[in-house]
Structure formats: structure tokens, C-alpha cells
Design a protein around this ligand. Sequence first.
Ligand SMILES: [Zn+2]
Ligand SMILES: [Zn+2]
Ligand SMILES: [Zn+2]
Ligand SMILES: [Zn+2]
Length: 247
Amino acid sequence: MDTTPATLTADQRTVLGAWRRRYLRMVCALFGHQVSNRVFNSTRGPSKRCRCGVEYLAENDSETRISHTVSCFLNGHRYTRVGMRHRHHEYVCLECGHPLLFKADDGFHGQRQTFSKRVRYLCNLLGHQVHQVRERNGLTEYACHCGHSFLKPAQNSSRIKHPVRCLFAGHYVRFVERREGYAEFLCRHCGHTFCFVARNSCHGQSFLYGSGDGGGDSCRELVPHSIAPQPDKPRHLLSPTTTKPAQ
Ligand SMILES: [Zn+2]
Ligand SMILES: [Zn+2]
Ligand SMILES: [Zn+2]
Ligand SMILES: [Zn+2]
């Protein structure tokens, strides 16, 4: 949104715009890039751009450092149900992309289409008591009774704690897969995932999807790929195991 006063000359507006971008770049360098599903939902085109001007959250092997969304932390997340898988309803925050997984037979959250929910501070403090949802992408997906999910290497313990570094440094996320119109990203430090609105369809976005007939539903046919680190290959050299040339 342009908040520059209308009475300024063109030169003044240019200078102000340059200073604003410089300031926002500095903020993003300190705390990580800002994310918003509301913004992504109103943006056209396949690529995402932070308010500082940087193109980010590419659906490839690159990494993006994202900041925490303060409004969600203070006021709670606003969730909408996006799908169901492995007997769990999946929800995504309309603002920050935080996902939740609730068992479909959960009396309250499992039946709702939308709801607001605050961060469960006790889980953040003591750790999440998780159960296994499924194995996918070479990792294991876990969910706590509070709905918080993780995608991590198989754990020996049923308690997962948030590492302190993500609290201060933000999350370092990388693309995992698309489903239900969202692109999922995973933090390499905490195993936290985020789901961001993917505006473009599967057309031209081929490396995770079967070609299908080009219709909307074919976009949901995922071709699983592993993102788990392999012992003989450095993490940054990993690429999706299943690729398909653009049609
Ligand atoms: Zn930024
Ligand atoms: Zn949120
Ligand atoms: Zn929890
Ligand atoms: Zn993290």
C-alpha cells in the first residue's frame, strides 16, 4: 500500500520510496522476511515478493529466512480448513501460513471450517506431546493434540520442543510440496512447516506434479519427493528426485 503523501513532488516521492525500501531491507535482514497469505492471495503471478522488494519463497531448492508474524503471536491465528488427509483435518492460518492438524474425530476443532486460536504457551514451554501422522518426503510428520505439526526425521521421543534459535532468528524455510492450492515450506531447524497461497496453477509448475489433463484437480496429484538429508550428499545439493519437463 502506497502511504506516500500526495502533495510531494515526483522527485521527493522517488527519494522517499528509496529510503523506505532501504529501511525495509534492513528490517528484513535483522528479523527475516515478512509473510502474509492475505498478500499472496491478492498478488498475481507465480512468484512471491516481500515488502522489501526481494523475490522469495521460490518453489525450488533455495532457502528463505522468514520472520514471525507478531499479530498472530499477540492476537492468535485465524484458521481455515483446507483439506483432509490421513484421518486429520488440515488448517492454515489466513495470515502467517501456520498449519494445524487435528484428528477428524476431534470434537471441537476437527469439525470446524474456520476458527481463531492462540498459541498454546504451555506446549511452547514444555514441548509438544506428539503422535505420528504419516511418513512423507523422506521424513515423518507428527502432530500434537494442540494441532501443531512437525515434519522431521523419525524421533525417539514423543515430545518435540521448539529450538530457541528459531524464536530469535526466525525460520529458515525451503519448499516441500504443493497441495490444496498451497505451497508448503519446511524450516530446517525446527521442523515447523508453513503453507502459503500458491496463486499459479500447476500449469508451467511441473516438477512436483503429474501432467494430468491440465484441469484444476490434476494439480493435487502430488509426485512425492524426498527432502530428507542423505548421508552421501550435502543438504544444499539435494534436488527433487522426481522431475518432469514443462509441458
Ligand atoms: Zn523482506
Ligand atoms: Zn497466523
Ligand atoms: Zn502442542
Ligand atoms: Zn524454525
